[in-house]
Design a protein around this ligand. Structure first.
Ligand code: GDP
Length: 502
């Protein structure tokens, strides 16, 4: 497993080693061409297979996108309710929004990966709260679903288990799993594939059978899939079928690179968001020689008093040597600090949090005490926090733009301290190409011990993997298969129920 600092480190170019296709309009999406100047780590170059797969994907997307005759045909089939022909040239995954921004970015990356694995076209249905967050990712075409004209009603309000959800269709015998080729004919004679299937893959995991090979074969025959998820389900695709596993190996020879490359490929902040990011970066973060991103998220189920959380941050920082230590009023140490040649090193600490408390405490800490120099940073420490929104407001575009700006500002750090079980933090680490130190969640409102753990990889955790799902087709049976799975997918550092690539 290559870490930051391996052979590809520092060899960034504006198209990220061919990850991004050339020839897009620079002015309409400045971040796409400028972000490489801000990222500090380039731990993984894209594999040649990934580059080929992306270029082939882009060509398919252009052929099938809204505005093309093939798209019109596919929508017409959906409208008329005729069965999707297995031979249909264009098959789609339509991403639907669910949950906060971090969750959405991760389900987008997972949905796009699924489209890559299955030869589908990835479209997004964006409500007004997300209309101006991201640029178009694919050259010469659009990924926006024209949802006003889409023949499925109430697209943003279907929720966890609508009529068309895969499990409901199975229960009502409107679709049948396909175990082998004999079955295949039997199934297609008995039940025509429905015009579309809704995949409810959020934390409730209503359609967990999605993660079985025999169900993938049934789903593969459907032209339109509506994806409703707030999860990073990529690691759970690895064991679904031999085809998925082999293709994932070719796309990402180093599994740790999956979300890092997918997110840097797919998601580019729109110009208004990029304005927030770059103005803030140049005003406060650029002057420092080193940036430490600190992301503090407090969930209702794991809330503790601010002072306890602050002490957890300090204990973690001491354990993992992250934030510069202070002399804490000790005269000798202060003198030693004053004498030390800092070599002009300065540290900027960027705080992302809904609340101002941690910023205020940390700022006071470095105001009232001198920072000790040494490996953990220079004597001059600045503490910055762009916003404190007080509450999540996912229905507001401006709020989401500020949240996205902070995700990117965090991702421009040399080092990251993030909160456990937070997708907001996961996305920042993946984008940054940094294995974060993760603060553990205060389950039962008890201050966790140890306070934090170093992540084994920069990959996000799939917080709700399909545990205990009974599959008939078992791709991971057989000698060595379980070992292979154990080498690439492990339990998350911050969540014993979750799994991640490493
Ligand atoms: P998660 O709940 O931590 O997994 O992350 P999500 O991004 O899915 O949802 C949390 C939402 O709360 C974010 O999308 C923001 O809208 C808001 N939020 C949480 N933490 C922050 C923060 O540090 N800064 C800003 N601006 N918004 C935040």
């Amino acid at each position: 497993h290559g870490a930051a600092g391996n052979a590809t480190e520092g060899k960034a170019d504006e198209l990220l080693g061919g990850l991004l296709a050339p020839g897009m309009d620079r002015r309409s999406c400045r971040s796409r061409y400028e972000s490489w100047r801000y990222f500090k780590h380039f731990p993984y170059a894209p594999s040649r297979h990934l580059l080929r797969a992306l270029r082939a994907y882009e060509a398919r997307h252009r052929r099938c996108a809204p505005g093309t005759p093939l798209y019109a045909e596919a929508v017409e089939m959906l409208r008329s309710g005729r069965r999707g022909s297995a031979a249909a040239e264009c098959r789609y995954v339509v991403w639907l929004p669910f949950d906060g921004l971090g969750n959405r970015m991760l389900s987008m990356a997972s949905g796009f990966l699924y489209a890559l694995l299955t030869g589908r076209v990835f479209l997004v249905a964006l409500p007004p709260d997300s209309a101006d967050l991201f640029c178009e990712p694919f050259p010469g075409t659009t990924w926006l679903l024209p949802h006003q004209d889409f023949p499925v009603a109430n697209l943003f309000g279907l929720g966890v288990s609508p009529e068309a959800s895969y499990t409901t269709l199975l229960n009502n015998k409107k679709i049948a799993a396909v175990v082998d080729d004999d079955d295949d004919t039997a199934a297609s004679n008995a039940t025509a594939a429905p015009a579309y299937v809704y995949l409810s893959l959020g934390w409730q995991l209503t359609d967990r059978l999605f993660f079985c090979g025999e169900h993938q074969r049934a789903i593969g025959k459907v032209s339109w899939l509506l994806l409703y998820s707030d999860l990073y389900f990529a690691p759970s695709l690895y064991a679904v079928t031999v085809e998925f596993r082999d293709e994932l190996r070719r796309l990402f020879p180093e599994k740790e690179a999956a979300s890092h490359l997918l997110l840097r490929y797919l998601l580019h902040p729109s110009n208004p968001v990029w304005g927030l990011v770059t103005r803030y970066y140049h005003s406060y973060l650029a002057p420092a020689t080193r940036r430490i991103g600190v992301q503090i998220r407090m969930f209702g189920f794991g809330s503790i008093p601010v002072d306890d959380m602050y002490n957890q941050i300090l204990a973690c920082s001491r354990q993992e040597r992250i934030l510069p230590e202070t002399d804490d009023g000790d005269g000798d140490a202060a003198a030693a600090v004053a004498d030390t040649d800092t070599g002009g090193k300065t540290t900027a600490i960027l705080i992302a949090s809904l609340y101002a408390d941690y910023y205020e405490r940390l700022r006071a800490r470095y105001y009232e005490h001198a920072a000790a120099s040494g490996k953990s940073g220079g004597v001059w420490v600045g503490v910055f926090q762009p916003t404190h929104e007080e509450r999540q407001a996912t229905e507001s575009l401006a709020h989401n733009q500020r949240a996205l700006a902070e995700v990117y500002l965090l991702s421009f750090s040399e080092e990251l301290l993030t909160s456990g079980m937070s997708t907001f933090g996961y996305v920042s680490s993946s984008l940054a190409g940094v294995r974060p130190t993760i603060l553990l969640t205060a389950h039962g409102h008890k201050v966790p011990k140890p306070p934090c753990r170093r992540a084994a990889s920069m990959e996000p955790c799939n917080l709700t993997p399909p545990r205990g799902v009974e599959c008939r087709a078992r791709p991971v049976d057989g000698d060595g298969e379980e070992d292979d799975l154990a080498r690439h997918v492990r339990t998350c550092e911050d969540d014993g129920d979750g799994v991640k690539f490493f």
